[in-house]
Design a protein around this ligand. Structure first.
Ligand SMILES: Cc1cc2nc3c(=O)[nH]c(=O)nc-3n(C[C@H](O)[C@H](O)[C@H](O)COP(=O)(O)O)c2cc1C
Length: 182
């Protein structure tokens, strides 16, 4: 039987949207019907076999749009299997300290919203220089230099840290969770 899956997300500069596209491809190839919606469009999570929720981190925070959406649909999300993913620059470093920091950001979201996901993933995002305005580009170039301890990078190209195998793996794991729950 084909599963109906909702992917509800928020993306500041487009990397989370790219991650969502890849998940959609994996799930559709597995025969699922996938509805993709931005949190700001307020999709109803009712009537799906599973819900994937995704957001990126800015200034240590998840988006207000996603937090509001989770708060609005808490009961429906409690009744559904849920897989959550977070996209951040923190997860571009896989050492213990950065992993703990990324986990803390997930925990803060769960504490603030009461969301209780069956599966959680933390993906490295991107520094999307070509999608920033001047000020953000300068700020992110400094942050990129601090990360590497080297010179500021060429800002005419984006730097992508996302591990696409991890993203595909997560989509397949989410599908297994949803199938198991059904
Ligand atoms: C203004 C700004 C602030 C950011 N702040 C953080 C941060 O505090 N912690 C972090 O891990 N990543 C931070 N990032 C990195 C983003 O999480 C990363 O670029 C991610 O890929 C953004 O995904 P999106 O394009 O879907 O919004 C920041 C990025 C920008 C542009």
């Amino acid at each position: 039987m084909s599963l109906r899956i909702l992917i509800c997300f928020h993306s500041g500069e487009g990397q989370t949207a790219k991650v969502v596209d890849r998940m959609r491809e994996v799930l559709e190839a597995a025969g699922c019907e996938v509805v993709v919606s931005q949190a700001g469009d307020d999709p109803s999570p009712e009537g799906f076999d599973g819900v994937i929720v995704g957001d990126s981190i800015h200034a240590g925070q998840h988006s207000r749009a996603l937090k509001r959406w989770i708060a609005r649909h808490g009961d429906a999300l409690d009744a559904s299997p849920v897989a959550l993913f977070q996209v951040s620059l923190t997860s571009a470093d896989s050492d213990e300290e950065h992993t703990a920091e990324a986990q803390q950001m997930v925990s803060r979201l769960l504490d603030a919203t009461g969301l209780d996901p069956d599966l959680v993933a933390m993906f490295a995002g991107a520094i999307a220089f070509t999608r920033y305005g001047w000020l953000k580009r300068r700020m992110m170039a400094k942050i990129a230099a601090e990360r590497t301890g080297g010179a500021e990078p060429d800002t005419s190209h984006d730097i992508e840290y996302t591990d696409w195998d991890e993203v595909e793996h997560f989509a397949r794991d989410a599908l297994a969770v949803f199938q198991h729950a059904g």
